[in-house]
Design a protein around this ligand. Structure first.
Ligand SMILES: [Zn+2]
Length: 121
């Protein structure tokens, strides 16, 4: 296994209902509440997590656009051992609602609606 690899979940609270521009997905509506974003890093996991927490960055991933709004805050980060396709298994284990199809799932090969799940208020 590569050094510093892993799966991760960002627990995020959105303190207000928002309509945000999410890159090529365009304008998307997000209800106020809690979200879980699932991602993976084959290397550089720590740097990836730090990047998610930073505000001064070029917006690249869908989650960057979401986290750019002041009302979105990462409340905790969970780390899991890396394995191929584990990101999707982990993502599909969350009970919740996929509010934006394709969010964070551009590279998904396992039929996830998105890798960003609304888990309620
Ligand atoms: Zn997936």
């Amino acid at each position: 296994m590569a050094e510093n690899s892993g799966l991760y979940q960002l627990h995020i609270t959105l303190s207000d209902t928002e309509t945000l521009e999410i890159g090529r997905l365009g304008s998307c509506s997000f209800p106020k509440g809690k979200y879980i974003y699932t991602g993976s890093a084959k290397r550089g996991l720590n740097a990836r997590i730090e990047r998610h927490k930073r505000n001064d960055k070029k917006l690249h991933w869908h989650i960057d656009y979401f986290l750019a709004t002041e009302t979105a805050k990462i409340t905790s980060v969970e780390i899991f051992k890396f394995h191929e396709d584990g990101e999707c298994v982990l993502n599909q284990s969350i009970e919740g609602k996929h509010v934006v199809n394709g969010f964070g799932a551009s590279d998904c090969r396992n039929g996830c609606k998105s890798h960003f799940v609304f888990v309620g208020k």
